[in-house]
Design a protein around this ligand. Structure first.
Ligand SMILES: *Cc1c(COP(=O)(O)O)cnc(C)c1O
Length: 495
């Protein structure tokens, strides 16, 4: 029997695991050392050059040397979401409880597709799902499943909505028979600020992206209820068949939250499946101070929530919650080899029937460990700190003569432009900000995102890091200024 320290459960394997985890931990801690720049600034070309030896060498060089190599080639040139000056995307600093949970779930390698591959994990995922349904005030009978994130949750929600509608309206079993004739009249509604995954899901569901009708937003980039009614009237006149309304609780760019109560009213009147994409903003549910911003979410038919964003868990970790758990029947698939007990109906949970995945990670352990370790109040404090920092960042931008704040933040995303000269047009400022963003990434002192606002490039901070301070935001803006001057110098213009 081979016992050269490759697998757990032997003394050599256990010792090798302990040693490797120690080396890996040290490599990570070196890479994220406090005060370091969030990125090395390496270009795609220089990164490619670092990996020019064979990925699959004939003989291995051993784990210790390989970890060292990874530290040198990969970790040193990874963007560091734990840095307070890394404030680009919804890429959170992973919390220590989540990292500990990740280590445990990967080492024990439970797979949620059958009870006999993951007994305690199966039961615990169901408990966590129940707790989440309670957190969002969904009624008894609600159910859910962990997913890879918002994309999968949104896809699955629309799949359930589509198949329910096709059964009721066209008397069609989509799972067995495919889409009915007439399916090209099906429509999904979301706001023009909604995440692109609504369109992506429509494509994957065989409806096509054109089946998604976007509703105009108000001046705070929330779906306008009047415009929604008009859009629905218009669709009715054209004999289209809207079946789902997607509200967003936390749009990716501005963090805006659609008026969920008004959307729930409309969905109820018009018989639409009401899905709330709370991938980003769902975390507000733990906060006494900000939880009210989600009012109306408890009326949703389904909710997407991500834990790898504002809940500080390592990627990947999301959940789909469904008001009427029976709706999972639209996708149930029973493989006799996976959960034979479920076929015998002996009350054994059969989670594979609720997922689009088969082999599936025990990601539910991460929010479980985080909630148990920090409590609701501890988690709320993290979220609240970052929302307060976003307000301070907005005030800083507003008071600076060379920055333009583009809207008050709702969550912790702050959108702005660097605008060093009076009289710059939006198009000029947009070009400058696009160049500044490129320069910043090559500089590495700060990582910010870019987005398009009214057809001109702007910059975005997503202030997810609870350890970041307003001084850190000041340092990011200073880096923007310096990169701005470098860009202007290179172009030979006075910024
Ligand atoms: C991030 C996000 C998504 C996509 O979720 P993934 O976890 O990246 O798959 C969908 N909707 C919103 C509003 C998001 O913020």
């Amino acid at each position: 029997m081979s016992d050269d320290g490759l697998f757990l459960g032997s003394s050599a394997g256990d010792a090798a695991y302990r040693e490797a985890m120690g080396l890996a931990t040290d490599a990570v801690l070196d890479a994220v050392a406090a005060g370091d720049d969030p990125y090395s600034g390496a270009s795609p070309e220089s990164l490619a050059e670092r990996f020019d030896d064979p990925v699959v060498p004939e003989d291995g060089k051993g784990l210790e040397a390989t970890i060292e190599e990874v530290a040198d080639r990969v970790l040193a040139h990874s963007v560091d979401p734990s840095s307070p000056r890394c404030a680009a995307h919804l890429q959170c600093p992973p919390s220590v409880p989540g990292l500990a949970a990740e280590a445990m779930l990967s080492a024990t390698n439970q797979s949620l597709d059958s009870f006999d591959q993951a007994p305690a994990a199966t039961v615990l995922e169901e408990r966590v799902v129940d707790a989440l349904c309670d957190l969002f005030d969904l009624p008894a009978g609600a159910d859910g499943v962990f997913t890879s994130g918002g994309s999968q949750s949104n896809f699955q929600a629309l799949l359930l909505a589509r198949d329910r509608r096709c059964a009721r309206r066209f008397d069609r079993d989509v799972q067995a028979e495919g889409l009915p004739p007439g399916a090209d009249s099906l429509r999904v509604l979301c706001s023009e600020a909604a995440h692109f995954t609504a369109k992506q899901a429509a494509h994957h569901l065989g409806l096509g992206e054109d089946a998604v009708v976007t509703v105009p937003t108000d001046d705070r980039r929330r779906m306008a209820p009047d415009a929604l009614e008009e859009t629905l009237d218009d669709l009715e006149d054209r004999d289209a068949e809207p079946f789902a309304l997607v509200g967003t609780a936390g749009t990716t760019d501005f963090g805006s939250i659609d008026p969920l109560e008004a959307l729930a009213d409309t969905a109820a009147e018009r018989g639409l499946w009401f899905h709330v994409d709370a991938a980003y903003g769902g975390a507000l549910a733990v906060s006494d101070e900000y939880g009210h911003l989600l009012e109306g979410i408890e009326r949703a038919d389904s909710v997407a929530v991500d834990f790898h964003k504002l809940f500080y868990q390592p990627i990947s970790c999301g959940a789909l919650l469904v008001r009427d758990g029976d709706a999972f029947r639209w996708m149930a698939r029973n493989a006799a080899y996976l959960n034979p007990e479920a076929h015998d109906d002996r009350g054994v949970p059969n989670l594979v029937a609720k997922s689009v995945q088969t082999t599936r990670r025990f990601d539910a352990l991460k929010p479980y460990v985080a909630f148990r370790a920090l409590g609701r109040s501890g988690m709320a404090a993290l979220v609240e700190d970052t929302l307060e920092l976003a307000d301070e960042a907005a005030a800083l931008l507003e008071s600076a003569a060379d920055f333009e704040l583009l809207g008050d933040p709702t969550l912790n995303a702050v959108v702005f432009r660097y605008r060093p000269r009076e009289g710059m047009t939006d198009a000029e400022a947009g070009r400058l900000n696009a160049a500044v963003r490129r320069e910043l990434l090559a500089d590495g002192r700060a990582v910010v995102a870019r987005t398009e606002v009214d057809d001109a490039t702007s910059l975005k901070l997503t202030l997810l890091n609870p350890t970041a301070t307003v001084e850190d935001v000041g340092a990011i803006l200073e880096a923007v200024r310096e990169c701005g001057s470098a860009v202007a110098d290179a172009r030979g213009v006075v910024a």
